[in-house]
Design a protein around this ligand. Structure first.
Ligand code: LER
Ligand code: MN
Length: 281
């Protein structure tokens, strides 16, 4: 198992201050960090070197918006979505990130008022095929994330994500599991993880209130036991959100303080994961 911490708890963009955070995460025992990938114009090769020097591996998370929505009825907007995700892959390649994860299948927080149409599904799959082709060339693994109904309507469950990845049908397009979204959408956590099975190539360990995993009401026993049962042995990345940045707090709907400090959350979360994750023999 590899343990990671998502830097979104501190910032939406890599910067010098985050390097001190990374150093302290390395000292705690984290194997890597998840890089927020919203600005594609940074010198990611340079940031990758800085993380190499610290001995931290990395994955990256990105999203799509209304301007580059891969399921838009407007072909030029769909094309912008493909180009943007390809750029994100190039950033991953430059910084040596093994996985690009997140809900980049469709625009985050955009709704039509109904479930996905056949056309939207087809556009999503077609767009992702082009993105996966690029990911294959860059040797970056895509981990498609299903989100709860308040954030997206294309993929809400692990079964949705599995069907989507199957339709994309590319070895570099797999899915990820997030305990927070599953807790809202899945009828049965164990069954959801079994449905994902070996399509799951990434995991977000996230509390039901997005604070410290293990201090919350997620059914962690079912989560860790079933991930163990399917033989999951990839990244477990803590995804938590706080009040550190006003824009991020607004985007993630965090209105109250739910932990002492970001560092303590990271420390407690790592201890919790290491105590409960079942590492395959
Ligand atoms: C969003 O709710 C989420 O879970 C992240 O992994 C991607 O923004
Ligand atoms: Mn997530």
């Amino acid at each position: 198992m590899k343990y990671g911490m998502n830097l979104l708890l501190w910032s939406g963009e890599l910067n010098e201050d985050l390097m001190n955070v990374c150093l302290s995460l390395k000292k705690m025992g984290y194997d890597g960090v998840e890089i927020p990938l919203f600005n594609y114009d940074l010198d990611y090769a340079e940031w990758g070197k800085r993380l190499d020097d610290m001995g931290l591996e990395r994955t990256a998370v990105t999203v799509r918006t209304a301007e580059d929505n891969p399921i838009s009825p407007d072909a030029s907007i769909r094309q912008a979505g493909i180009e943007a995700s390809k750029k994100a892959i190039d950033c991953c390649h430059a910084m040596g990130a093994s996985h690009l994860v997140g809900p980049f299948h469709s625009a985050l927080g955009e709704f039509s008022g109904a479930g996905p149409t056949e056309d939207e599904w087809k556009w999503g799959v077609e767009s992702m095929k082009a993105v996966a082709e690029h990911a294959g060339q860059a040797n970056v693994m895509l981990a498609i994330e299903s989100l709860n109904r308040f954030e997206t309507y294309l993929l809400n469950t692990i079964a949705d994500a599995v069907r989507f990845a199957r339709d994309v049908n590319h070895p570099h397009c797999r899915i990820m599991y997030d305990s927070f979204h599953a807790n809202i959408e899945e009828k049965d956590i164990a069954e959801a993880i079994r449905t994902g099975d070996n399509a799951i190539c990434h995991v977000h360990i996230s509390a039901n209130d997005r604070s410290t995993p293990g201090t919350d009401n997620i059914d962690w026993k079912a989560n860790f036991e079933t991930l163990g049962e399917i033989g999951y042995d990839g990244w477990m990345v803590v995804e938590a959100f706080g009040l550190a940045l006003p824009e991020l707090a607004a985007a993630t709907k965090i209105w109250r303080r739910m932990y002492d400090t970001e560092e303590k959350l990271a420390w407690d979360a790592l201890e919790f994961m290491k105590a409960h994750a079942i590492v395959p023999a």
